[in-house]
Ligand binder design. Sequence first.
Ligand SMILES: [Zn+2]
Length: 455
Amino acid sequence: MPCLSESIRYDDPNLQQGLQTAYSATNLTELIVAAWALARVMAVQVVESVLREWAGRPTSWSPCPDCGKTLHSKGFAKREVKSLLGVIRWRRRVGRCPEGCEIGQVAPLDEALGLEPYQRSSGELQYLGCSLAVFVPYATAARLLRWYSASSVSARAVWCWTQAAGARAMSALQSQLEALASGQEPEEEALEQELKRAPLALSADGVMVPFRPHSEDNRGKTKWREIKVGVLARLARYTTRSGQVVTRLRHRRLVAVLGEIDVFKPRFWLEALRQGIRSTPEVVWLSDGGRGFWGLYEAHLRPHARGILDFYHAAQYLWKSAAAWLDGRTRQARKWFGWSRHRLRHGDPDDVLEDLLEALEVETLPESAREALVKLYHYLNGHRDHIDYATYEELGLPLGSGMVESACKWLIQQRFKGVGMRWSEEGFNHLLHLRLAWVNGTFEALFQLQPSPNR
Ligand SMILES: [Zn+2]
């Protein structure tokens, strides 16, 4: 056998066997999988030998939190943690209070390693498990992780990690909300110059998710509840190869909550401040007519953002009214609708409003038609400041909220609405906040890791 087998410690049967498997592989996949397993065994040895060295260093004992006496060493005790490399085992000094206070065993090295007292899996394993769980069901995440790490990881374990990390994300958000409520605004997120000048688009939408009727009990009828999702993104314009100018969302940030609009409002405002609503020259709020999200616009965003009523939604309203007004006379309804839609899209919205007033003056107008027209008039007039579509087009702003709303839908649809899925409120909330952390670039920080540069 070549010299590699000699450079790897000849007395370790694990390594020798791994090497043997690699040499007897019959195709590339087998070879790589075997080499991977060997690398893991070697890596465990490296980690364990570093830990042995650290454990051998002198320990400085802290005072007992109960009585203040300096803790005493009780010698070495075993510690074991499941990791991405497999199980890591080492021994480290543990201490107790000389007065016998009930503080349990204290292990200064565990603390220095960033380990919690009962932690049985290391941060990077939890990180990878939670990353997978952000996109796939827990059982699938556990299976992928088992394959990758050759550790016995259960779906239940991945679920527990997700709950813990989600709780960390929620409590971080809670303290930011409290700071905001006491008048302390968050820092703006750093952006490249080019993006900083790009328009900031804001929108929100409701998405329904199936819940269990009772948190602990899976029986009973599914309860559908609305999740309010907000998106904040920069609008970047690109020229495609065919010369078409298209707008895409960049630097997407999402906000979401299972709860009422009043719970949603401060969350959205917090993120709006972080995304520079105060310092961005062009901010737009895009929304369809309903759902009460315009209340959020009125309450917080109006002084900073231009409101745009989704054009397709307005046009749909026009059509419904035309059909009701010109009851049965489809050709006339179509003609009127086509004309008003065109005027709304390219002309002056005041002309459309005037048109409606004129139609209302016709004395022979039937009551049901009058009702439809009055409703339409109030709808458009109420949104008078949000329907200058010709101007928006000139400014290169989107006329519809579809693009931003689909970002909202993605957050929920992709993971929470699989076949047969039903959520408990707690389970949903924790995973939701992990998904938010993933999208918003704060995921790594939940696991004591540096953010990856490409996000
Ligand atoms: Zn004590």
